[in-house]
Design a protein around this ligand. Sequence first.
Ligand SMILES: [Zn+2]
Length: 383
Amino acid sequence: MSWENILSHERAKKILQRAILEDKIASAYLLWGLEGIGKDSLALEFAKTVNCLNPIIRKDEIIACDNCRSCKQAKALTHPNIQLIYSLPSGKGSDTTSESPLAKLSDEQISEITEQLKLKSENVYHKISVPNATQIKIASIREVKKNLLLTSNTSGRRVVIVLNAEEMTTEAANAFLKTLEEPHENITIILTSSKKEMLMQTILSRCQQIHCEPVPELVVAQYLVDNYDKSPAEAKIIANFSQGSVVTAIEFLNENIQDMRTDIVETLRSALKKNYRIELSQQLEKLASSKDKNKIETSLKMLQIWMRDYLIFVKTGSIDAMINQDQKERIIKFSELFPEADIPSVLSEIEHSIYRLRRNANLQLLLMSLFLKIRKFLLKVDF
Ligand SMILES: [Zn+2]
């Protein structure tokens, strides 16, 4: 891994490299932005670069050699100077002793964590995911504090990286704040977060904040072509649905997005029939049955993109600009069938439903209300 293996984020890379070169490294950073765009990787690359024994320096760049002992340890996530903190499952017993955060976990849980770290060390965009791990416990923070008090046997800079910092419990966050309040010479703390608003203001104010933008869709698409053997057309669709998150794009590789799209377009079709009630209810029941809000959101986004293609065609007559290239005949047919359709209103209704999806318990009712509105806007019927 090196800076260039992390897609995009030129601004963040510059800020971090310049800090190293000018010897103006902050005691704490917050890298924030959408989930799955490479924030962890930026933090890890920074940690590797500051510890590299033979860094390559040219103009305003500093690049880890990737060959020295330090770089190899950093890459394997076994560097004594680099500590990675992430959510762990609750172990047996209470969380009040000063034991290691791993002490209460089963052998199986420990081996799961080891496996996750191995995958992360092999793939920049692997998302560390340990079953039932939703919180960063105070025991992890206590361990950070304990380690920071020890004198390091290794030269270089110690870097503590807290992944998804918003997952810290209140207790952990309060304990962590004390560490932030006492900056240590030669120690840098990097928090990453996709939910910055959930972090305590007192923590935010101690960090130099670096916003990381979503990865441009074209860059994600090219990455899928180069690394996952996707055709440019498939990659373009997946990249569009991933909205700038490389990790989401990789997750979509396992979903059959063609089938998901077929289902949602079928649902649209059933909503437009003369006697639509029964068939539409069945389609919506199928859509809501997974109860997986992420998946339903993806389906609605697919419908949104499909309708956007429809709008582009109606407005410009252009087929080339469509994302759903394989659906162009169907989209053209729709435009002939519903010449009066109010597509901008359809798009804003879908947007509104996506917003409400996360806050709404009755999925089927939400979806029914959406499709009835779409019916109204496409058929121009009042009811
Ligand atoms: Zn090196």
